[in-house]
Design a protein around this ligand. Structure first.
Ligand code: 5GP
Ligand code: MN
Length: 321
């Protein structure tokens, strides 16, 4: 932490980035970092491979997010947030001269492969918590803007302070931010209750594919491309769908398949308690945490689904759950 903060002080022009298909923690921690760097008098730009999902566009700074590194910017530092591997940041990284630009890797995935020149990898509910700690270590007063971004990061990665990754520290940071005047109700309305109607139209179609198996312990469902094609909306509107079947009594693991391309599926896994879905995701070349993981799999849908569900059920049985 100290060395990473020294490096931040030494450098002048920062590109801040995060993973493809960014979620609330990805966007919130990137923008909090952006505000912190600017408060230190640094030049910074947030450059992402994918655009900010509409529900997170209320966050201060989101209008300044770029989809490429400006040709005349010449960064002397790259900050990668919430990425367990550098490849998770997507193609934006190819626009940076990695031979001369050090990378600060700040992440809360224990599976992180320490790709950075400096690595701050710590288990915490959200990468936003680590950014909050960096802001403190750098002695920067937490502004309302930083607060809103960090609060949203923690709120979304803890499922609204409900998941088991929620700690005393998550709640303490949230309380400190609320004392700055940030309203939990307002942020929750914006980040969790401002989805486009199309999300629920697609959800309706997807839920018709819901199945529960493995003795009532695994629920899965999927969206195909044609479920949203008619609506002309971006795939980001299905973010978080995987969380719904987790709410079924007795279900330990919820699996959501999204058709990304012909014979290519994004698989999202969520679990309760000790069921470790990162083991399943890793066996398919993906990664994540014990209770939230994902991977990308090629093949015909029925085969992919059957393969994943078998692995999940084996994992549950193997853990004696
Ligand atoms: P989601 O289901 O929201 O896409 O991802 C859940 C978690 O799994 C996230 O913390 C994310 O970092 C991780 N994850 C999802 N997909 C991949 C992947 O393809 N590779 C790796 N390494 N991690 C993934
Ligand atoms: Mn995260």
């Amino acid at each position: 932490m100290k060395r990473l903060c020294e490096e931040i002080r030494r450098r002048q022009r920062f590109v801040v980035t995060t993973h493809v298909e960014p979620d609330g923690d990805a966007v919130g921690s990137s923008l909090a970092m952006y505000h912190a760097l600017r408060a230190l008098g640094k030049e910074a730009c947030v450059c992402l491979t994918d655009s900010v999902p509409p529900v997170y566009r209320f966050l201060p700074g989101s209008q300044q997010v770029l989809r490429e590194v400006p040709a005349d910017f010449n960064p002397d530092c790259l900050v990668a947030l919430d990425c367990s591997e550098l490849s998770r940041a997507g193609e934006i990284v190819s626009q940076i001269d990695r031979a001369s630009v050090p990378i600060l890797n700040i992440d809360h995935h224990l599976s992180n492969d320490r790709f950075g020149t400096f690595n701050l990898v710590e288990e915490s509910a959200a990468t936003g918590e680590l950014v909050y700690a960096i802001i403190g270590e750098l002695g920067i007063p937490v502004s309302r803007e930083m607060g809103e971004c960090v609060y949203t990061a923690i709120l979304t990665d803890t499922g609204g302070f409900r998941y088991r990754n929620t700690t005393r520290r998550s709640l303490q940071i949230a309380a400190e931010i609320v004392s700055l005047g940030v309203s939990p109700g307002e942020i929750a309305e914006r980040a969790c209750e401002s989805y486009p109607l199309e999300r629920f139209q697609v959800l309706g179609k997807a839920l018709r594919t819901l199945h529960v198996g493995c003795d009532g312990r695994v629920a899965d469902f999927f969206v195909s491309r044609d479920m949203f094609n008619g609506n002309g909306v971006s795939p980001s509107i299905v973010e978080g769908f995987v969380n719904y079947p987790r709410e079924i009594d007795g279900v330990l693991v919820s699996v959501f398949f999204r058709e990304k391309d012909e014979n290519q599926y994004r698989v999202s896994l969520r679990s309760k308690g000790d069921a470790d879905v990162s083991l399943v995701a890793r066996s398919f070349g993906g990664g994540g945490h014990r209770n939230a993981a994902g991977c990308l799999i090629e093949g015909e849908f029925d085969v992919v689904r059957e393969h994943v569900l078998r692995k999940v059920c084996e994992m549950i049985q193997g853990s004696g759950l």
